[in-house]
Structure formats: C-alpha cells, structure tokens
Unconditional design. Structure first.
Length: 754
C-alpha cells in the first residue's frame, strides 16, 4: 500500500495488486457536489415558494389586514381551514415537475416560476391600479392604457429574464428570499398598525332573533340603496302593492343626510346627522355607543335584536341577540370556507396584470368563489335575501317583553345581478333604471313575504313597522326647473344622481287601509322621534314627528356630499372635502336646492394657486366651482350661475403680488319691471368693503373693481364676496314659480395684476 498526497488530498488504495481495486476519494469534489446540490435545491424551491406564498399566504394577509371587517372568519381560522392546505398543494404541484424534469425543461420551469413570483409581487405591492372599491359598484376596466403599461412590464421583465437567464438560474433564489422578506416585514408592520376589527360569525342563526313578542313589536328593516322614485314607479306599475302594504305610509318626498351608509344609518338611529365637524370614529362612538333608538327602547323594556352586515355597527351588552349577516349566507366551517375563497379571489385579482383582472373578477361573479361555492352565492343581494327568507320561516311568537328588531339588508344595492323573479342573471349588469327596478322588485317581494308572515302570526296590526333605505341608488330622478320643465337629477345635481332620495315606509300600530302616499317633507333623521311618538313615549330625539300635526312643510333639510370616496375617508377618519346642500322645499324641485357651503379640510394654501388673468367660467361645468364657498344656486344652464340668497362668496388662493389687482366680472341683475328695478351690490374682500354700486339694466354688463394688494391673504385663500340686499325669489313676486333668492347671474370672472 502506498500513500501519496496530492493537491486534491486523495486518500485510499491506489494499486490493483492482489486483484484489489483501490478507491480514491476527493474531499474537495465531494464538497463541491454537495454545495451544487444545495444550490440547485434552493434555486428550485424558493421561486416556487415565492409564487405560492404570494398568492396564498402573504398576499391574502395583506388583503385581510386592511379589510378585516369584511370577513366573518379570522385570518388564523382561514389559515387552518384552507389557506395552508391550498398553499401546500399549490407548492407541491409547482415543485414536483421542477424537480423531476431534466434540464433544460426543469430550468425553464424554475425561471418561469421566479418570473411569475416577481411580477405578482410587483402588481400586488408596487403597481396597484385603482379600479374602484369592492362595495358593489362596478369596477372600472375601461382605461386601456393600464393594459399597455402592464403588458410592457411583463415584456421588459421577460426580456431581462432571458438576457440574464444563467445568472438568475444560479442566484435567482436570492431574489426570492429578498421579496419574501420584504413582504413578511410589511405583514408585521400591518399587524402592528392595523389591528383586526372583525366580528366573529355564528354557527347558527341566534335563537333570540326570530322571536316575536305577543306584547308588541317594532320591526325596523333597512333595504340598502332602495330609491324612493324606483318604489314609486313600481307602485304605478304594480297596483297590487298598495293592498300588500296595508296601513303603511310612503313618504315620497324624503331625504337622507348622506349618501354614505356608515353616516346615514347612525343618523337614522340618533336623529343627528354627521356634519363633518368631527372625526368619523368620534361620530360613531357617540351615535352607536351613546344614546340612540337601541338604548332608548332598551331602557323602556324592549328586547333588542340586531342583524347587520357591517362591522361598524357593533354589539352592545344589552342586546338580546346580535347577528353579523355573512355573504355567502352560511355558518361555521362553511362560512370560513367561503371566506377563504373570497380572500383568495381578491388576492389573485390584486396580483394579476390589468388585462387579466376581468377573468378573475368576472363581473362580480368571482372565479374561485363561484367555482368553490356556486355561481352568484357571494353576491350580498342573494346572501341577504336568503337570510331574510330564513328569518321569516323561523319567526315564532312567545309571551314576554316587547321586541325591537333592526334588520339591515344590503339589497337592492349594486351590483345588479337579478331579474324581477329573483333569478340570477349570471353576471353583473349595467346600472340602469330598468335593471335597478328589477332588483328592487325582487327585494320588495321578499320583504312582503316577511310582512305576510307577521300577518299569519297575528302580530301585524299592533306592530310598528319601518321599511326604509339608507340612501337612494345611482339612478337619476326628475327635477322640476324654474320654467316648469323637468331635468334629470344626474345632470342638474353634480354627481348626486339619486343618492339624496331614500325609500321611507312607516306603518303605525293599528293603522289600516291601502298604502297612503304622503308629500310631507321627511328625512331619515326624523325616524327616532317618530318611533317614540308612535309608541306613545317621550320623543327624546331631535327631528320631526312625521305623524304629528303640522309636521309637514316649514323646514329646511340638509344633504352632505363629498367627492372623497367613503373608503378613503374611513381609512383617514375624516373627509377632506364636502359640500353642504340646503333643500328649502320639495326634493323634486330644483329651485329648492342651494349650495349652502363647500369646505376643504386640507389647509387652504395646499389648493392650487389662481394664476392672474385666468378666466373663470360659470354654469353647470364652470371652473368657478373649484373656488365656491357659499351662496350659489343650482342650475341647468351651461353658461351662467345665479347667486342664491343675500350674499355669495368665493375663496381664491392668489399668487403672491405686491400690486393691486383688478376684478372684472360679466353679470346680469335679477330685475322685474315695476316690482324690482335695481339690485344693490356691495363687494367685500375678507371683511373689508371695497365697492358699492347699483345695477339697473336687466342685461349682461361688465363690472370692474380694484382690490388693494394689502387685502390679499399671504397664506391660504382670500374671500371675495358680494352682498345683495335686494335679492328676492321670483315666486315671492308672482312672476314665476322659481323659489331661489336671485340677485346676480354670473357669466365670467377674472382677476388681473395691475
């Protein structure tokens, strides 16, 4: 036996003497082979883990952490009940061919999965297109430029992967680790900054919820998004409805204070609308955890039963029962399973490129949810109708204290997915009057089944029943103009559509006869005072008692609208912008509408500066709207806007200047020969009067006023106002039915540095 030492450090028998074969072992080669094996394993496993973890675990957690209130199962429950299993299955399905296929097929698959992991990370975390909010309204896929951007990203990424193929085959696992670590860090931050606000689902319908008292009941049904004008059209078409709702009064001229559910519902429970003077959470604390119709009736001995789909209407200790209505309508493990499918759908939707998102969304009939749970079941319309039918079937009368039942159903709210007979169309359809009416009739028929069941149980006559919505839908309604014609509200009221017009039906105890139609000027904040009044209790809430004498038409109603989306506002706990409308008359009369004020919560100097010499136009699409403060009339005229009231003002963020400026405006005064022959005008800048004059020609004319530079605000906006002591409504002069207090009609306005 001969030992030899080489650079490779060979040890062994290296001769064939005696017929023996001697083995030589190279330790360095062995180390290299083991290192190459580990590297090959990392390069195979980690790209697969990146893709499967993106879709099933980290991507779903990011969705859940920001939207926990939308789910009836916790993330931990969903992990145990499906997410982990699906993650393991997907990982194995992807990994097995990578490990079994020989090169170059195995390498190609490995590189493909790394590519998909990178692009899903990019779409899910870096390039998240805003296509709308998953609140039932249709998503917007019309911006084709996004398809081009995402396609370009894929093509560029594919080119990079092809060019650096060999490098990524060796070191791509490091990219996978980096992206997994970044997402894990983001998940930890989300868990720290956004604690879950979820309310657990139930394993069954609470046994107290179907119980009806023989000693008296209040049934309070909210049909989300049901519009008064739609109901009125159904009444005209379906004459039987008048007999199907005996004792009810339909308040056709009702308004809501807000088109936002989480503001309008609390207002209908407390009589106090949200006026944008506090945070949303503070308003909720006062409205939902303070004095409201729940707590007031509980103090009067009523058992309180609540069924709601929303996390912001939380349970309280004095409730007899509380039920979070799930969508799909399911319980226990089935509810968790449906939540898993919903969460996976949204995660996949977020991480796919824009041109593939419609294949996941499928007009609201989500791909995985429809595959795993059945087509249409995830739509709240079907889930909430199923709940109402189930509740109706289980209603039972017992002796005991009177009961109050608040039942909030998210129907006929969009998406519109059903025919009049409640059958599933198969996909979401366009938001038109006809489609909205069809879904509304389906909802109404199920509500009538509930009413008939109360009749069968013998508790209908003595019960107080309210059926109303939180706001109108997105369908325009007819408004009467000053010349006696009509105009669609979607054209006359900026982005309001049918939102101010909620359904309001009330049946007082022992009321009889066909449905009565009332023109009383009602609003949803009248509901608490009306309930207590009809029950013979002291009405300890603000608002009008709608069945009391003299309650009808001597009032102003207010509607608050914001162009900031309600979900964005909820995330920030405030609305950065809103408009306050005053309605002094019928909601169907355009001349009764007035922009009382417009507000921006952001510092005024954050607004874009006015550039001297810029002409401000007026009318329905006028550029002056960006600077409105108060006192401007609603109009359908595309060129002019009237002042409404004794004063009107604009807030103008001027550029800095050391010179005086010239205000030029083309205006026309409101005159009525022999009745009002002139309009006196006072122009103020801030609180300082700078000009006073009188206009006596009933035609457009140019006025010019010099403004001293010293009156301009250095920071923020300068208030430019006109006072009009002679402003008056044409109806007061009996020259037209127009009830607006007209002073000046503005055509154009500009400011120039001298």
């Amino acid at each position: 036996m001969q030992y030899r030492r080489s650079e490779a450090t060979d040890i062994g028998l290296n001769s064939k003497k005696g017929g023996l074969y001697f083995l030589s072992v190279n330790f360095s080669s062995l180390k290299k082979e083991k290192g190459a094996l580990r590297l090959d394993l990392l390069s195979s496993v980690l790209p697969v883990l990146l893709l499967s973890t993106n879709l099933c675990l980290l991507g779903t957690f990011h969705i859940y952490a920001s939207n926990s209130g939308e789910f009836v199962a916790s993330f931990q429950e969903m992990l145990v009940s499906g997410l982990v299993s699906l993650w393991l299955i997907l990982t194995l399905i992807l990994l097995v061919p990578v490990l079994l296929l020989k090169n170059p097929w195995g390498q190609t698959l490995r590189l493909t999965f790394l590519f998909l992991g990178v692009v899903t990370y990019t779409h899910g975390n870096l390039l998240v297109w805003d296509v709308g909010v998953l609140d039932g309204t249709p998503l917007d896929f019309t911006k084709s430029g996004r398809n081009l951007v995402d396609l370009a990203i894929w093509l560029v990424a594919a080119a990079i992967f092809l060019k650096w193929r060999q490098v990524l085959l060796r070191q791509g696992w490091q990219v996978a680790i980096l992206l997994l670590v970044l997402q894990a860090a983001g998940a930890i931050q989300l868990q720290w900054t956004k604690p879950a606000s979820r309310i657990d689902g139930s394993d069954t319908l609470p046994p107290e919820l179907p119980i009806v008292s023989s000693q008296g009941n209040v049934f309070h049904l909210v049909l989300d998004g049901f519009q008064a004008s739609i109901f009125e059209s159904l009444l005209e078409r379906e004459n039987r409805l008048g007999a199907d709702l005996p004792g009810f009064t339909f308040f056709r001229d009702s308004t809501t204070s807000s088109p936002v559910t989480y503001l309008s519902i609390p207002a209908s429970l407390t009589g106090v609308p949200y006026r944008f003077d506090t945070t949303i959470s503070h308003y909720h604390e006062q409205a939902l955890n303070g004095q409201n119709i729940y707590s007031e009736l509980a103090e009067k001995g009523y058992s309180i039963d609540i069924a709601t789909p929303v996390w912001w209407n939380p349970p309280r200790s004095f409730y007899s029962s509380y039920f979070r209505v799930p969508a799909p309508y399911s319980f226990g493990s089935e509810a968790t399973r449906t939540s898993v499918a919903k969460l996976l759908d949204v995660s996949l939707f977020r991480q796919t490129p824009h041109f593939l998102k419609p294949l996941v969304y499928r007009s609201g009939n989500w791909w995985l949810s429809s595959l795993l749970n059945g087509a249409g079941t995830q739509f709240e319309h079907f889930a909430h109708n199923s709940f109402l039918l189930d509740l109706t079937d289980q209603l039972t009368v017992i002796d005991g204290s009177p009961r109050y039942k608040f039942i909030h159903l998210v129907t006929p709210h969009a998406p519109l997915v059903t025919r009049e007979d409640c059958s599933f169309i198969g996909h979401e359809v366009e938001y038109t009057f006809e489609n909205t009416a069809a879904q509304s009739l389906c909802t109404l028929e199920n509500s009538l089944n509930f009413v008939r069941r109360l009749m069968e149980l013998g508790v209908y006559d003595e019960s107080l029943i309210l059926i109303h919505s939180d706001h109108g839908g997105g369908v325009g309604f007819d408004l009467k103009t000053s010349d006696g014609n009509t105009v669609d509200s979607s054209k006359a009221l900026d982005r309001l559509w049918g939102n101010p017009l909620p359904l309001l039906l009330i049946k007082p105890p022992y009321a009889q006869g066909r449905l009565h139609i009332s023109d009383t000027w009602a609003e949803l904040s009248d509901i608490p005072a009306t309930i207590l009044d009809l029950l013979g209790l002291e009405p300890n809430f603000p608002g009008t008692r709608l069945f009391a004498e003299g309650s009808s038409k001597n009032r102003s109603r207010y509607f608050y609208n914001s162009l900031i989306h309600r979900n964005d506002a909820a995330a920030k706990d405030r609305f950065d912008q809103f408009t306050e409308y005053e309605i002094r008359g019928s909601v169907y009369d355009l001349t009764a509408w007035d922009i009382r004020s417009e507000h921006e919560v952001n510092p005024l100097n954050d607004r874009e500066k006015y550039i001297f010499g810029t002409r401000l136009s007026f009318g329905t699409e006028g550029t002056f709207r960006a600077f409105i403060e108060s006192g401007w009339a609603m109009s359908t005229d595309k060129a002019i806007t009237w002042t409404n009231g004794k004063a009107a003002s604009l807030l103008i963020p001027f550029e800095k200047t050391q010179t005086d400026i010239l205000l030029s405006a083309r205006v026309k005064p409101f005159l009525a020969p022999g009745l009002i022959d002139s309009q006196r005008v006072t122009v103020r800048v801030g609180g300082s009067e700078i000009s006073r004059f009188s206009l006596e020609k009933g035609e457009f004319q140019m006025i010019e006023v010099e403004i001293p530079a010293g009156l301009l605000m250095a920071d923020g906006s300068t208030r430019i106002s006109v006072e009009l002591p002679d402003a008056i409504s044409p109806s007061q002069l009996n020259v037209s039915p127009d009830r607006r207090m007209l002073g000046l009609a503005f055509y154009e306005l500009q400011f120039e540095a001298r």
